[in-house]
Ligand binder design. Sequence first.
Ligand code: PMP
Length: 395
Amino acid sequence: MRPFDEHTSLMNMGNWQTFLAHHAANQQQAGRWRHRAVRKSGDERIDFASNDYLGLSSDPRIIEAQQRGAQRHGAGSGASHLVTGHCDVHHELEEALARHTGRERALLFSTGYMANLGVLQALCDSDCLVFQDRLNHASLLDGARLANARSRRYHHANGDDLQRLLTRAAPGQRRLIVSDGVFSMDGDIAPLEALTSIAAHHHAWLMIDDAHGFGVLGEHGDGCVGQRYASDQVQVLVGTLGKALGTAGAFVAGDATLIDHLIQFARPYIYTTALPPGVASASLESLSICASEPERRRHLQHLIAHFRAAALTAGLPLMDSSTPIQPLLLGDEARVMRWSHQLAEQGLSVGAIRPPTVAAGQARLRITLSARHDVGSIERLVNALQHCQQGELQR
Ligand code: PMP
């Protein structure tokens, strides 16, 4: 793409081609052009990039359940939940998710992104104040925008800053505190004890998006909130099925009044086709495996400890995370790209995360560990990372 002439752009912004060229040129000039790699079946690389934390996405029992669901109900659900798309298998899955998280009810959404948009849009309006952790997922920020709510962002995982903002809020306004459970790019866990007590003190509701904790944390994989915090402490719990559960979709869990409200008012729930029944059937099987095979979580924790000890010895720039998300903070965008290419050449697939997904100067390799891995693959990864580091010293 040729460099963009700013003068021409401003004169022609009413033209679609000019608009597209303007944005493409800006993105390229900032070095932020996004590329999609096509993953082919039979790819031999070891995957340290996906969110398949329990290694369930390729489990034959789950694939078989997906086929069974499709055979019984068809490849697609054919309609939204409120028309005719809500099959018995969706219903069973919702009931199982509610039991698993210790909530009265659960409601399925087609993706986690839509669940977050749906909750915020249905609960909030311009009379509502939303308090968000600075590092919350994009879907939470977008949801508050869609709701036209007033948002305040507190310093990451900082209860004092949250208190400061809440103290300034006008009395009588509805308040919603929103946080990732496990932060997707840092891997750290939200300070839930502090958040629940601050929320109670300030008469706020607390919404936790446990996309990366659900299935991974807790004795039975109920996540960082799950059964530990009751629904009068964490009123809105969001979990996704496309990560540890290895399938797709998401759910919101809470009291019946919350779920009924979402069914009535959450537009990303109402106006979209229900998840394919095969996916619901696969998720039901996956949830049951997740609950009954705690050894997957134990193995994963063992790999996390092994990786951290080896990476620390190797002097790699680890972040403070106890979850399967183990980012290496490299800072510089070009450096991140160089390391990820070198790792790919050695048969290791690792996510390269750059601004705007993270703040400027905070580019990182997002390494994710999975119960699929073994100690040998972790050692191979650490050796390859050490090679990247040594290569730099010799440059
Ligand atoms: N919340 C968080 C914290 C996430 O990291 C993601 C996806 N990466 C989502 C929500 C969106 O979930 P989904 O991929 O199911 O849309």
